[in-house]
Design a protein around this ligand. Structure first.
Ligand code: SF4
Ligand code: SF4
Ligand code: SF4
Length: 283
């Protein structure tokens, strides 16, 4: 059953080497490939496979893992996998139980797609301190550093996987819901594109890890394409980090003086306070 579906399982990033997919019989490869093709490719890990959709697809076929665990895929994906397994695998007649209910999502079901409502991440840029921690967390390289506003997210590329939320030390990434009405062929094409973006991301990270001369943090693929925006954002990040620390120290001194002045007026302290406030506003 060698076909375009099994082509999906060759030349994979080394992250998937341990799955040894190329050594499996062609029909098993085809099942894994079919399942992977219908998964949303957000690589969110909510199915308890932090390496993404493909390892989950492999686990369903090779380890009998439950096929209802893809949270963003919801019931349509659960049903699609059930159909693939039924078609492609000789299931014991006793296991033909009612189809499983998809794992619940924290987001409401979208009436059009019948999947959990999609979300996109948005950085509150005024609050971003430019620490770059969100960049390597993004499996599709949707985050870039920009001029004054430090980091931003290309909403069109964001899949709403939520993986950038936890690493942000100042909690300045919000999730907003989006409503889309896309056809099934469009969804399949989009998933294929996301899959390729994830693999590109993995290969780039692999190269960076292997390059001992590269001591810089992982930067986004898109960032690199944008005329060396990576180096610019790193310089800005360092400057911003220094400013943030300096501002925190100033605020602390200002609070102390304000407290003292609220108890007793003092001309010298008042002058010091005004000087510190001016310094803070400069920052
Ligand atoms: S999109 Fe679904 S299959 Fe892919 S990693 Fe997320 S939960 Fe797992
Ligand atoms: S920007 Fe955040 S939510 Fe969007 S794809 Fe990247 S890591 Fe996921
Ligand atoms: S992790 Fe948060 S603070 Fe750091 S660059 Fe990303 S959005 Fe900005």
């Amino acid at each position: 059953m060698q076909s375009s579906t099994t082509i999906r399982l060759v030349n994979l990033p080394i992250l998937f080497d341990t799955l040894s997919l190329e050594t499996l019989p062609a029909d098993i490869q085809a099942q894994i490939s079919h399942i992977d093709a219908c998964l949303p490719q957000t690589q969110c890990g909510l199915c308890e496979h932090p390496d993404g959709c493909l390892p989950y697809a492999a686990a369903i076929v090779l380890e009998g893992e439950s096929y209802n665990k893809c949270v963003p895929g919801g019931q349509p994906v659960t049903d699609a996998i059930a159909q693939i397994i039924d078609i492609d695998i000789d299931i014991d007649i006793n296991s033909h139980e009612a189809k499983l209910i998809a794992a619940p999502s924290q987001w409401p079901i979208d009436a059009t797609s019948e999947r959990p409502t999609e979300v996109r991440a948005v950085i509150r840029e005024d609050d971003c301190i430019g620490c770059t921690k969100c960049i390597p967390a993004c499996p599709v390289d949707a985050i870039v550093g920009t001029g004054k506003h430090m980091h931003t997210i290309f909403t069109d590329l964001c899949t709403g996987c939520e993986l950038c939320i936890a690493p942000c030390p100042v909690d300045c990434i919000d999730l907003v819901t989006v409503e889309r009405d896309i056809s099934e062929p469009e969804r399949i094409a989009e998933q294929e594109d996301l899959r390729q973006r994830y693999h590109t991301h993995l290969r780039r990270v692999t190269e960076q890890l292997a390059d001992s001369s590269n001591s810089r943090p992982v930067v986004s693929m898109v960032e690199a394409k944008l005329n060396n925006a990576a180096s610019q954002s790193l310089d800005i990040s360092e400057a911003q980090a220094k400013n943030t620390i300096a501002a925190a120290k100033l605020r602390s001194k200002i609070k102390k003086l304000e407290k003292q002045l609220s108890v007793r007026a003092n001309a010298q302290k008042q002058a010091d306070l005004e000087a510190l406030q001016a310094e803070l506003s400069q920052l």
